[in-house]
Design a protein around this ligand. Structure first.
Ligand SMILES: [Zn+2]
Length: 122
C-alpha cells in the first residue's frame, strides 16, 4: 500500500485462506492517523472478509468488512480501549462496535451513522 507507515496489506487479508484483500483508502487513512496518535502497535484481528468468510464468522450480510471499510482491532484491556475509543471519537468515526477483546471501526457512509454497538459474545 503506497504511502502507508504502519500497516501492511497482509494484516488485512481475509482469514479464510482465500488470500483476498482490499483496504479502503479511507479506512487506511483513519488507522494510520489513529496509530500515530496512539503511539503503540495496533493488531488487526479482522480486516477484509470475502462473502464466504463473513458468513462463517457470523458477520452481518452487509458488513463493512466485505467492502474493506472495516477493521476489528485487538483490544482486551480497559485502558487501551479507553485510549482507542477517545482517539476514534476525536477522529469523527461514525460507527464503532465494542467486543470483549476488540474494537470494530468502520468508515462506511451507507450503513447507519453515529452508532456504537456491542456484540453478543462480548
Ligand atoms: Zn476469504
Amino acid at each position: 500500500m503506497p504511502g502507508t507507515t504502519y500497516f501492511q496489506d497482509e494484516e488485512f487479508v481475509c482469514k479464510c485462506g482465500c488470500g483476498k484483500v482490499y483496504v479502503h483508502p479511507k479506512l487506511l487513512n483513519l488507522l494510520e492517523n489513529a496509530r500515530k496518535i496512539y503511539g503503540k502497535p495496533i493488531v488487526i484481528e479482522s480486516g477484509y472478509r470475502c462473502f464466504k468468510h463473513n458468513t462463517e464468522v457470523g458477520g452481518v450480510p452487509g458488513s463493512a468488512h466485505l467492502t474493506g471499510e472495516a477493521a476489528d482491532l485487538r483490544c482486551p484491556f480497559g485502558p487501551d480501549r479507553f485510549a482507542l475509543l477517545t482517539i476514534f471519537f476525536a477522529l469523527a468515526v461514525k460507527r464503532i462496535g465494542i467486543a470483549r477483546n476488540y474494537i470494530h471501526v468502520d468508515v462506511s457512509e451507507t450503513l447507519p451513522q453515529d452508532q456504537v454497538w456491542f456484540y453478543a459474545e462480548a
